[in-house]
Write a protein that binds this ligand. Structure first.
Ligand code: MN
Ligand code: MN
Length: 477
């Protein structure tokens, strides 16, 4: 008897830390796997911020979301979207309560670390007779991870006539792929052996093989290899070398998402930071019918380089989005009313956290770290050192979110990014919170974040979707 009462006391007083898989019945496992299949299909074809926005716009439009610029008035149940410069998108489903009473916002980002081509990328190395693309990496990568893997080039080129040409080379089975080649081990001891790991491959060494066949028809040409590449690009896309100056060409892994593990419990894919949150919040808002409070899903660009620029979370496009909504809900509103409305909302900053992996456990503090399959991670603060640069969510809002997940049987875990003083990181959370919005980071934990092949648990992807759905649909927090 004594033992039983002790364990029930334990149950009552201690934080539950069980894997989702332990509780999941056959039906739940099937739902989890089915959702993950859709997610993998999405990741397979949407590898850049522009592609994600295009895909979301197409699907949202099909489901009845209207371009806000084509809508004059909004009422409960209406669905709209707005797009900022093809790279940032906002979707909203108008709630029963006025926007001034609050709203539920899930904010994620759709850019991922990658290798961008420079604006003057192409050169010919006449010594070794290779045509090469120079690159400039985007976001925080471990550069040595990006060599010797097949890459595809996605993006846009703006021509001299102002036309935007879409490029996508390397994804089709018959497409050529690209590669950044590393030095063979036989000759690497002196050249690379004494370098530190982050320096193993340097920024200027991230050079992509573009080809090595000369354009023989141009006898007078000085650089026949380079010219051949330009001719191929011109034949196929009608572009010139000068057009590449006004281009955004992103080299991304040319690898398809895969199930990982014999039990198929995990997903390996490029770009899960942060398409794990973008996709799950997109699916969640697509399900929303007539919510109590307006549901908003925001998909930002530029998070990986500090949420900067006209399409980053620091841009005032966020405020502009609210102005666009308010104008159609309560025309003639005061500026102070707008600011009050913005500050009355709740935001889940949807971004990925880190899951403990078998190597380098020492960077984590196990008690406050995420485990694969334990559900969506709640993270009160990120930042570095003494919480520097963190969005430190209030205890009150953290409590509301925890209770929301518990009430809706959403598996969740509490974690933060590594040991104190080990490193750190940030999300869009602080930039959202600067508008005086209660904001907290909530998303799945990954293994191998920012690598070309990131790993997530299917359990965590599915439960992130469940969590965002509950956040949108729960009447009161
Ligand atoms: Mn992220
Ligand atoms: Mn990231």
């Amino acid at each position: 008897m004594a033992k039983k009462s002790e364990s029930s006391l334990e149950k009552k007083l201690t934080l539950k830390t069980e894997s989702y898989w332990n509780d999941a019945d056959k039906k739940a496992v099937k739902a989890t796997f089915d959702f993950s299949d859709d997610y993998k299909e999405f990741l397979k074809v949407n590898k850049t911020e522009r592609e994600v926005v295009d895909a979301f716009v197409a699907q949202a439009a099909k489901a009845g979301f209207k371009d806000i610029n084509k809508v004059k008035k909004l009422k409960t149940g209406d669905k709209v979207y707005m797009v900022n410069r093809n790279k940032t998108m906002c979707m909203a489903v108008i709630g029963k309560k006025p926007l001034t009473d609050g709203y539920r916002l899930v904010a994620s980002h759709v850019d991922s670390p990658r290798i961008d081509l420079k604006q003057k990328p192409l050169y010919e190395d006449s010594d070794i007779e290779l045509a090469i693309f120079k690159t400039h990496y985007y976001g925080g990568i471990k550069k040595y991870q990006w060599v010797n893997i097949p890459l595809a080039i996605h993006g846009v080129v703006v021509t001299s006539t102002g036309k935007t040409v879409k490029i996508n080379i390397g994804e089709g089975e018959d497409d050529p792929a690209f590669v950044i080649s590393d030095l063979l081990p036989h000759l690497a001891h002196k050249a690379q052996g004494d370098r530190k790991i982050f320096d193993g491959i340097r920024g200027e060494e991230l050079r992509i093989l573009a080809g090595h066949m000369p354009l023989k028809t141009e006898k007078e040409a000085k650089e026949k290899l380079k010219l051949n590449i330009l001719k191929i690009l011109n034949d196929k896309y009608g572009i010139t070398e000068e057009d590449l100056v006004s281009a955004e060409l992103e080299a991304v892994p040319a690898m398809n998402p895969r199930d990982i593990g014999l039990d198929r419990s995990m997903i390996g894919a490029y770009g899960q930071d942060d398409r794990a949150c973008a996709y799950t919040s997109f699916r969640a808002i697509m399900d929303v019918k007539s919510p109590e409070y307006t549901s908003i899903a925001y998909f930002f660009d530029k998070e990986e380089i500090g949420s900067v620029g006209a399409t980053g979370a620091q841009s005032n496009y966020l405020e502009l989005s609210f102005i666009m909504l308010m104008e159609r809900l309560t025309p003639g509103f005061k500026y102070s009313t707008l600011k009050m409305a913005i500050s009355n909302g709740y935001c889940l900053s949807g971004d990925v956290d880190v899951a403990m992996q078998p190597n380098f456990k020492e960077v984590h503090e196990a008690q406050n770290s995420a485990r694969m399959g334990h559900g969506i991670v709640i993270c009160k603060y990120g930042g570095a050192r003494g919480k520097g640069g963190a969005n430190d969510a209030s205890a009150e809002f953290t409590g509301q979110v925890r209770n929301l997940f518990n009430k809706n049987n959403v598996p969740w875990q509490y974690a933060q990014l590594g040991k104190v003083d080990e490193g750190g990181g940030g999300t869009v959370a602080r930039f959202i919170a600067e508008n005086s919005i209660d904001t907290i980071d909530c998303g799945p934990a990954l293994i191998g974040m920012h690598s070309p092949f990131e790993i997530a648990s299917k359990a965590d992807i599915y439960n992130t979707y469940k969590a965002y759905s509950a956040f949108f649909t729960e009447k009161e927090l």
